[in-house]
Write a new protein. Structure first.
Length: 302
């Protein structure tokens, strides 16, 4: 590389994330990469492949399956794992319900999203993972903004935002006691726009639901939600066919859909540049309380 070459913004972010991922592989014995099938975890997987290429991924992917996923997400996940030759571990929320570890919510607003915490902690304990890499970004939400790259979790899997370690000069302290583990967020400094521009630059394939398509939906509290067998309408709600796409992907019960005609990465980037709604503005799970995300993170959520 020429001495006069100046890294682009995306290249700087990529190199930083790859450095963090390699630090995880160097400092921990049993790391894992959390994979949801959403764009951030897809970018994380892409970065991990670049970090160790041409060697295979030195750690498995872990999907916490609520059982209420978009079908397109599961198809994409399975195809990607096959393509990469990666190992996939699935933690099942349904099994947690069946085993009495969690109690399923009832009523029209019921969601399995919050139940993922117990399943995640149980799976981490079962496989003795000492570091779990996630696709959280500081621009997503105010609780996310408090995270360091290396986020220490105690023996109960809980997070204390007031007791985090300094990370001066990108020196990361992965020291832990027996039973503790770390969550690591290699793309912490990326924004939503960075992620989409990187996907365009790297020509990364995404699940079809990120692009415009017609789907049966219904409007609840200003958010369009997808029709599914487990979704119950409230009085006054009705199913309608709309042209929509996903901006962020999670459990169907809490993933808001965006009315959109964006059918290419370029059109999605233009749409995001013009919007005044935050990325998680359509996530019903974040609307349960002012501190919903922080409360869940303290309990062991992503």
């Amino acid at each position: 590389m020429s001495m006069n070459y100046k890294l682009t913004h995306l290249e700087e972010l990529e190199y930083e994330s790859i450095y963090v991922i390699r630090e995880v592989a160097a400092q921990f014995e049993r790391p894992v990469l959390l994979f949801s099938g959403g764009k951030d975890s897809i970018v994380m997987t892409h970065l991990a492949m670049k970090a160790f290429w041409p060697a295979p991924l030195p750690f498995p992917l872990l999907h916490i399956d609520t059982g209420h996923n978009f079908e397109e997400t599961i198809v994409y996940r399975d195809n990607l794992v096959k393509k990469l030759g990666a190992k996939l571990i699935v933690g099942s929320v349904q099994e947690s319900i069946d085993n009495g570890r969690v109690v399923e919510e009832k009523g029209p607003a019921a969601s399995r999203n919050i139940l993922q915490t117990t399943t995640l902690l149980d799976t981490i304990e079962k496989y003795k993972f000492d570091a779990a890499m996630g696709g959280g970004r500081r621009d997503e939400e105010k609780a996310r903004a408090k995270e360091r790259f290396f986020s220490h979790r105690d023996e109960f899997g809980q997070w204390d935002p007031k007791n985090q370690r300094p990370e001066l000069w990108n020196i990361f302290n992965g020291k832990k006691n027996q039973g503790e583990h770390f969550r690591v967020f290699p793309i912490s400094n990326w924004t939503e726009m960075d992620v989409w521009q990187y996907i365009l630059k790297e020509k990364i394939e995404l699940p079809e639901i990120y692009f415009t398509h017609q789907r049966e939906v219904f409007l609840r509290d200003g958010v369009w939600l997808a029709k599914a067998p487990f979704m119950t309408l409230k009085d006054g709600e009705k199913f309608e066919v709309k042209t929509v796409r996903c901006r962020t992907i999670g459990d169907i019960s809490c993933t808001g859909l965006t009315l959109s005609t964006a059918n290419s990465l370029e059109e999605i980037i233009e749409e995001i540049a013009a919007t005044r709604v935050t990325e998680r503005g359509g996530r019903a799970d974040d609307m349960r309380s002012e501190a919903a995300m922080e409360d869940r993170k303290k309990e062991g959520y992503f």
